[in-house]
Design a protein around this ligand. Structure first.
Ligand code: ZN
Length: 423
């Protein structure tokens, strides 16, 4: 039994349409275009009049709604498009008599055991001889990473997983070249494929689960749930005088963000500066606009795990369905400081949603987000926020359906600040 379609059902469709960072950008771009946003090319001059625009750089995207005033503040919601998974090595056809096998390796920090014995599709980007590129998404059970049988395990306790030896996937009986098959399948000539970023994805459709359908099980909730909520918030944000709402979705967060399109790149600062310059502003106007701006870095948060309560800080339990989460870390693994925290608390209050406050146990290593890196790059006050989930970095994660709506409402209010806390 499922409740009527709502934001959570829309999220399921969003995730299933977006197996890779490139596809996240395509899914977001399609929704932006449908709502009147138009794409700009970084190689071209940008329009001088105010408008709603976006740019895509590989697996990253920035979308904004501009004004005529060069010094107007930006309100930014940031997230990441990438999720830990298994990716193809450049030479991946493994010679074996027993089966067709492709060599895969981890991207980021997946919970490796969750990728075994699942039906996996193939997705990613291929770049062609003529400079064109093609996004690939095969939602069919092509790949399978098989577990070792319990009878072949000395102590029958399960084995440590070696990322070099144990993650290769079988994809048939007869050994053959994987790219030859892929090209046949996609109508491409094999000699024309000169570059590729290919990966495996879980093809089991995302679903409402739980007896009342009040949970969501899906791959890549970290961090596509924020990409989705941030997009809905941007589309719903009220136009406020003096504020330019912006959504920035970065690739490569799971591997440190250092690339031409990650949070450590010049993507965000370049786009911000070009918006100010295109609206007739000066370099000084750019710095004035940044000084008045603020960023909410959205990334998923750890709900308190019912089987591992001791892994959580006892005064900071986080409930599934309990609403958005403010994330604070004294070692700045999260960027939150008190002005940003106050602004987000105010946004939640105005949206009428509860706010939960998360602190990681001081004796466990805390993960990070795009927040500290984009804060350092831009100089904007930044607050790290998220929505609660379980099983982060599993091939299939879980969150509460109601949190999608609560999170979206909080981010929508953040985009349209009213009151004395602009930054
Ligand atoms: Zn994340």
């Amino acid at each position: 039994m499922s409740p009527t379609p709502d934001a959570a059902d829309q999220l399921l469709r969003f995730v299933d349409a977006s197996p890779t960072p490139f596809h996240v950008c395509r899914t977001v771009a399609a929704d932006l275009e449908a709502a009147g946003w138009s794409r700009l090319d970084e190689r071209e001059p940008w329009p001088t009049e105010a408008g709603r625009h976006y740019v895509v750089r590989g697996g990253s995207l920035v979308a904004w709604s501009s004004t005529d005033v060069a010094t107007d503040a930006f309100r930014v919601v940031g997230a990441h498009t990438d999720s830990p998974n298994l990716r193809f090595k450049q030479h991946h056809d493994v010679g074996t008599d027993a089966a067709a096998v492709v060599a895969l390796e981890p991207y980021g920090g997946p919970l490796l055991d969750t990728w075994f014995d699942r039906d996996l599709g193939v997705s990613g980007r291929v770049v062609l001889r003529d400079g064109g590129e093609r996004l690939v998404s095969i939602d069919e059970p092509v790949l399978r990473v098989p577990h070792l049988a319990i009878h072949l395990d000395e102590d029958r306790k399960g084995r440590d997983i070696d990322p070099q030896r144990h993650l290769n996937a079988v994809w048939g009986v007869e050994p053959r070249e994987f790219l030859v098959w892929l090209c046949e399948r996609e109508g491409l000539a094999r000699p024309d494929v000169l570059g590729f970023e290919l990966m495996a994805h879980v093809i089991q459709p995302s679903a409402r689960v739980g007896a009342a359908g009040d949970l969501v099980a899906a791959p890549r909730l970290d961090n596509q749930a924020t990409c989705f909520a941030g997009l809905q918030a941007l589309l719903a944000a009220d136009a406020i005088d003096g504020i330019r709402p912006m959504l920035v979705l970065f690739d490569h967060e799971e591997v440190g963000s250092t690339s031409e399109r990650g949070a450590q790149s010049d993507l965000l600062t370049t786009v911000l500066e070009r918006i100010v310059l295109a609206s007739g502003g000066s370099r000084d106007d750019y710095h004035r606009a940044i000084a008045a701006s603020m960023c909410a870095s959205g990334d998923m948060a750890h709900a308190t795990h019912p089987n591992y309560e001791d892994r959580h800080e006892s005064l900071h339990h986080i409930a599934l369905g309990g609403g958005p989460v403010l994330k604070v870390n004294q070692n700045l693994r999260y960027a939150s400081e008190s002005r940003g925290a106050a602004a987000f608390a105010l946004a939640c209050e105005r949206a009428g949603v509860p706010l939960q406050r998360y602190v990681h146990r001081a004796d466990l290593p805390c993960g990070s987000t795009i927040g500290p890196q984009s804060a350092a790059r831009t100089g904007m006050i930044t607050v790290d926020v998220g929505a609660p989930q379980l099983a982060m970095h599993s091939a299939r994660e879980v969150m509460a359906a109601v949190d999608i709506d609560l999170y979206t409402r909080a981010l929508t209010a953040f985009f349209s600040p009213q009151g004395p806390l602009p930054g």
